[in-house]
Write a protein that binds this ligand. Structure first.
Ligand SMILES: Cc1ncc(COP(=O)(O)O)c(C=O)c1O
Length: 439
């Protein structure tokens, strides 16, 4: 039983005086977790993490999906150490930048050039800027029902948290329903000749309508716009390198991050030469496009981590391992739901690259209270769970068994809470949505 959070409570009471939001992404914040949970992590190894009270947990979120091989994964660390010894930032590009560019692009059919950055938001924003420069158009289109594309104004201005963003900027982004060609077509008809690009994740956890991606790209091109696939989450998870090879499609640009350097800060924008060269400096006399330009974009140890991650994917069937873990976890949890007779209240997306759990109340409506209760009970049983399981190369059969055992015990409490209300069982408040107008 994990229920000792003494140092965590002290951390919780102090951190908000030092760091607005208490974390460096809102999705790690205290309002995303039950009160009975670790507030800070001390260290991780493989599929396990330890909090500052010394409690050990099976990790499910793996650094917001970025740690695809496992925490402190030795072959990656070896390469990182080697780069650290040589220095990490120089006045001219480091040699390793060329090695990385060649290694990464080799796996992306149709993309000739790459630009590095440290955060996903930097590259999604860069992609939209290139699209505007290429097409001479102003509007950016994305699926309004998808959770996140950037912390920059073109995306956040379209959420309920638009304070601080002029409405003139928000008006330059337009939305459609994901995976719905009619909705995308209607958007192009509403703004003829004005949309510079469509940026979208290639797929979410519930799959895609047959042939959707190819048709969406074709529709976008027919309207003179560019299609950007954001592989931040799907990259190195649905397939290697990502959904664009899985579905054999060629978007004009793609954006990468999270898993590509096993948690180290390496993100990238890839694209066709024609578009990416706009950010170049060779075509004398042509107007310059100020593409990504960052002090830390060429930092060598993160690039080393990214190369070592490619090595592991090329030498081992990481995708096969991770999908098998996802399949077994789904099968075991479905069995547990069935034997607890909770099929109407607990759903599991049939998505082996990232199983997602849905928690519903007696009216069969998604319930934040019950979801937070499920998190509390999983944590009590040693699983740091937030509703999603991200399989990584270090997850084992024993980890799946541990998860399933904790899940079974959680369902016992869940069944009681359906009868007498989650409030009787949950300590503290339900987790809140990251995107909410008021605190
Ligand atoms: C699909 C998608 N795109 C872009 C981003 C932005 O990445 P970063 O947090 O590295 O800026 C995220 C982050 O969660 C994401 O999920």
């Amino acid at each position: 039983m994990t229920n000792k959070f003494i140092k965590s409570d002290a951390f919780r009471s102090k951190i908000h005086d030092l760091i607005p939001g208490g974390a460096h992404t809102y999705s790690k914040g205290d309002d995303q977790f039950p009160l009975l949970s670790p507030a800070a992590i001390s260290h991780g190894k493989g599929s396990q993490v330890w909090d500052i009270d010394g409690n050990r947990f099976l990790d499910c979120s793996m650094g917001l999906t970025s740690v695809i091989l496992g925490h402190a994964y030795e072959p990656v660390l070896e390469r990182v150490r080697a780069e650290l010894e040589k220095g990490v930032n120089f006045q001219r590009p480091a040699y390793i930048e060329m090695e990385m560019a060649e290694r990464f692009l080799k796996n992306i059919p149709g993309h000739d050039m790459i630009k590095f950055a440290k955060n996903g938001s930097t590259v999604t924003t860069a992609a939209t800027k290139l699209a505007r420069a290429y097409t001479g158009r102003k509007l950016i289109a994305f699926p309004g029902d998808h959770p996140f594309y950037s912390y920059d104004d073109w995306f956040i201005g379209k959420t309920v948290c638009d304070k601080g963003i002029p409405e003139e900027i928000s008006a330059l982004s337009v939305t459609y329903r994901s995976d719905d060609l009619d909705s995308l077509r209607e958007l192009f008809e509403k703004y003829p000749g004005q949309i510079a690009c469509v940026i979208s994740e290639p797929e979410k956890n519930f799959g895609l309508p047959e042939g959707y991606l190819a048709k969406a790209i074709e529709l976008t091109h027919r309207h003179g716009a560019l299609y950007i696939i954001d592989e931040m989450i799907t990259g190195y998870k649905t397939a290697f390198p990502g959904s664009l090879t899985k579905y054999k499609v060629k978007p004009d640009m793609a954006t990468w991050g999270k898993g590509v350097a096993n948690g180290f800060s390496f993100c990238a924008l890839t694209g066709t030469k024609e578009i990416m060269e706009l950010g170049g400096i060779r075509e004398t006399g042509k107007e310059k496009v100020f593409l990504v330009s960052t002090t830390h974009g060429g930092e060598t140890h993160n690039i080393g981590a990214a190369i070592a991650t490619i090595d592991v994917f090329e030498q081992h069937d990481v995708i096969g391992h991770n999908h098998a873990i996802g399949d077994r976890l789904i099968a075991k949890c479905k069995e547990a739901v069935k034997s607890a007779d909770l099929g109407d209240f607990v759903g599991i997306a049939p998505c082996n690259w990232m199983p997602v759990f849905i928690f519903k109340d007696r009216e069969k409506t998604a319930s934040a209270g019950l979801r937070t209760l499920a998190m509390q009970e999983m944590i009590r049983n040693g699983v740091l769970f937030q509703g999603v399981f991200v399989p990584c190369f270090s997850h084992t059969e024993e980890d799946v068994a541990h998860f399933a055992d904790a899940f079974g015990k959680t369902l016992d409490v869940y069944a009681k809470a359906l009868e007498d209300g989650f409030e009787k069982h949950l300590k503290g408040e339900p987790a809140k949505p990251v995107f909410r107008k008021y605190l």
